[in-house]
Design a protein around this ligand. Structure first.
Ligand code: MN
Length: 729
């Protein structure tokens, strides 16, 4: 057995960071694991106990508590031997037992062959299933050791495990701020995903390291000397960056190893925060900093709590290198992330431990204040596993991952897939077994819905069982459709009332001739279908009426009929008789006038009239694009008619303005004030900001004539930060 990972060494390692720990409990755990696994051999040929022991060492490297160490030693016992979790509870207490159960449960999630789109849900499920973050830490340790002993597996298995590690484990380690584990996992995976590149990088780095050994040593010496002069206590480290990050750089930037300069980073660990900044000053004194490469993660920690100063400087030989500066506590958090939280939790509290705890609080609070940070949500979800107690993640038989609110049932699942599945649901299987429909879905369940063509819709009781509004809405919808008799009567009534309300009662739109036509247009098989659809809202009433009106107009297209129709039509805001409108139509005393919505003419504009088919004369500006288009058509040209403004009328006209400016506080208020100053009434006002911080304000205003509009436009243009004011079509 490798002496480094012997059990004696494990105890010595723990003693160092947690003096006076409960060694008896750990010895008991080791002995049980040793005897339970005694008949088992790993694929590599070594006794099985080497695995849990190595995992416990990794957990101890992260300075975790006694229960975590015990659970690490016992993590495969319940799964692989005859011991049960009850045995573990009895012998080691419920905490250890929960941790072991948690690790065992995580083993059950199958990640391989999942689509990338499912990965985020899988990562969440992974966190959600581990009720305690220590479970994740032990699972990470387990993975690190398994990855480092992959060599005895088949090549296919190796690649599968490596891919899974890269897509699930490494991103989670990153989110939890456990960089040491993350880098180890990434480097171990790279070895199997791209062995050629991996060895190229490993050899290249070691060669470069020898070449640059003296150079890095001289940098370390220079910094150390300068900081000693300044009375700053520090530890300086010069190390190559981890392989996977170099690999990614080579790939994304298409570079060879020789073209990547910052293969090495110098790290300065100080005692206090002010020393960090002092060290930064010293470094910038010694070496020329590269502009734009300084990052202050101390003042602005990363969402996963990472804190450090980063700067890239140019060495004496002209080659840039990165310097990272942080305190011991920050370093602890940078290496082990959330684990740092447990470091001193156990046993006696020392004053400095409380300080770390407080620092942690401070960081947490600070992050909570960064409400708009994109990773904010991710951070909280990652750190506080109980955030997920309101969500449950399950698989479809095909392996898709779906998420539901906690307490969701197979009914929610069925309607979540498709309402057709829900409406034909006969029963459900979870993990291969038939369950009641009120069964509450658990993380990791594989849910299968049994459908039958003999089923005609959901049961009313399901409304009480379903947890999602989606399922409930769909069940409601089905019942609405189902109450056919009621809906037919209701629909017919609704249609008749609305026709009367809109003033078309006299047109005979509900006669069978028109209704039959509608049934055809909607593709229904009978009039009752049409009415019941109106009744439950399957078709929109406004849509039905506009179709009826269209049909009526088609049947009544002679000019005489048209005129009759025009005068009977209820006037709306945009249509007025010419006598009241402020418009004189050449040769016609009184006809229906509409101001076009495309160009919104106002008095003073040069205008032209267009005789519409059935809606009176519409007034356009002469420069209106729609009108110019019509001039090219001889038929349409005949419909043009001369119109003039009647100067004796006091009328208001709608004009649309578009104001573009540089976005700032108060811009909208300034604009609104100017409009009010000009005694102009605003109908609508819309403001939005573009990505490049431009404000676009669109206003519909009522004005008397073009002069008033000109004055207003000039005033608006004079507002600070307004760039352009234009008439909007
Ligand atoms: Mn294991």
């Amino acid at each position: 057995m490798n002496k480094d990972i012997s059990f004696e060494n494990l105890l010595a390692k723990i003693e160092k960071y947690n003096p006076g720990f409960d060694s008896e409990k750990i010895i008991k755990a080791y002995n049980l694991a040793d005897s339970a696994h005694s008949s088992q051999i790993r694929k590599s040929g070594t006794p099985y106990i080497t695995h849990p022991l190595a995992v416990a060492h990794i957990v101890a490297d992260m300075q975790m508590d006694t229960d975590s160490i015990c659970a690490a030693l016992l993590h495969d016992v319940v799964e692989d031997t005859e011991y049960t979790s009850e045995d573990i509870t009895e012998l080691f207490g419920s905490q250890v037992s929960l941790l072991v159960d948690g690790v065992t449960k995580l083993d059950k999630i199958q990640f391989s062959s999942k689509e990338e789109r499912d990965m985020e849900n899988l990562r969440k499920m992974f966190l959600a299933m581990a009720s305690d973050i220590r479970v994740i830490i032990i699972k990470f340790a387990d993975r690190v050791h398994n990855m480092s002993t992959l060599i005895s597996m088949s090549e296919e298995k190796q690649r599968e495990k490596a891919r899974e590690t890269l897509s699930v484990y490494a991103p989670l380690a990153h989110r939890l701020g456990m960089y040491k584990i993350k880098w180890e996992l990434e480097d171990l995976s790279l070895k199997y995903i791209d062995p050629v590149a991996y060895h190229e990088i490993v050899e290249g780095i070691s060669q470069k390291r020898q070449e640059r050994e003296e150079y890095i040593a001289s940098i370390k010496r220079d910094i150390k000397n300068r900081l000693t002069q300044l009375n700053i206590n520090c530890k300086i480290d010069g190390r190559p960056k981890h392989f996977y990050s170099i690999y990614r750089k080579m790939f994304t930037q298409n570079k060879t190893l020789d073209q990547i300069y910052d293969l090495f980073a110098v790290r300065i660990i100080t005692d206090t925060v002010s020393d960090c900044y002092a060290a930064l000053g010293a470094a910038h004194e010694l070496y020329k900093p590269m502009p734009g490469r300084f990052k202050d993660y101390i003042a602005m920690p990363k969402p996963n709590m990472y804190q450090s100063l980063h700067t890239t400087v140019i060495g004496h030989d002209g080659v840039p290198f990165e310097i990272q500066i942080r305190t011991k506590e920050m370093h602890e958090i940078a290496e082990n992330g959330v684990c740092a939280h447990w470091k001193y939790k156990e046993g006696k509290t020392r004053p400095e431990d409380n300080m770390l705890e407080q620092k942690f609080q401070w960081i947490k609070q600070l992050i909570e204040f960064q409400k708009d940070a994109k990773d904010e949500k991710e951070f909280l979800q990652a750190l506080r596993i109980d955030m997920f107690t309101d969500q449950v993640f399950v698989f479809s038989p095909k392996g898709d991952v779906l998420s539901f609110p906690a307490g969701a049932t197979p009914i929610d699942f069925a309607f979540g897939i498709h309402s057709a599945v829900g409406c034909k649901m006969q029963g459900a299987k979870v993990n291969g077994k038939i369950v009641n429909l009120d069964y509450q879905l658990q993380n990791g369940d594989i849910v299968e819905i049994i459908t039958s063509s003999a089923i005609h819709g959901p049961s009313k009781d399901w409304l009480k069982i379903a947890k999602t509004s989606q399922a409930r809405t769909k069940i409601h919808q089905w019942f609405k459709k189902e109450n056919r008799e009621e809906n037919i009567i209701k629909g017919k009534d609704m249609l008749e009332k609305e026709i009367k309300r809109q003033g078309y009662g006299a047109l005979g739109l509900t006669s069978s001739e028109y209704i039959e036509h509608l049934v055809k247009r909607y593709g229904f098989s009978c009039t009752d279908d049409l009415y019941s659809n109106i009744g439950y809202g399957g078709v929109q009433l406004t849509n039905v009426i506009s179709k009826l009106k269209d049909e009526y107009k088609k049947n009544n297209t002679t000019p005489e009929k048209k005129l009759l129709e025009i005068t009977s039509e209820t006037p709306n805001k945009n249509s007025k008789s010419s006598a009241a409108s402020g418009i004189v139509v050449k040769g016609v005393d009184n006809c229906l006038i509409r101001y076009s919505r495309c160009c919104n003419p106002v008095p003073g504009d040069k205008i032209v009239g267009y005789i519409t088919r059935g809606r009176g004369v519409s007034i356009h500006r002469q420069d209106c694009v729609n009108i110019s288009a019509l001039y090219t058509d001889d038929e349409e040209k005949k419909r043009m008619i001369d119109v003039f403004w009647d100067d004796n009328k006091e009328e208001f006209y709608l004009a649309h303005l578009k104001i573009v400016g540089t976005d700032r506080n108060g811009l909208l208020i300034d604009i609104a004030n100017i409009i009010a100053d000009c005694k102009v009434n605003v109908k609508t006002l819309n403001a939005r900001t573009t990505k490049d911080r431009m404000a676009i304000i669109e206003a519909s205003i009522e004005i008397r004539n073009i002069n008033q509009l000109d004055i207003l436009t000039t005033k608006l243009r004079n507002i600070k930060d307004v760039i352009e004011v234009s008439r909007n079509h």
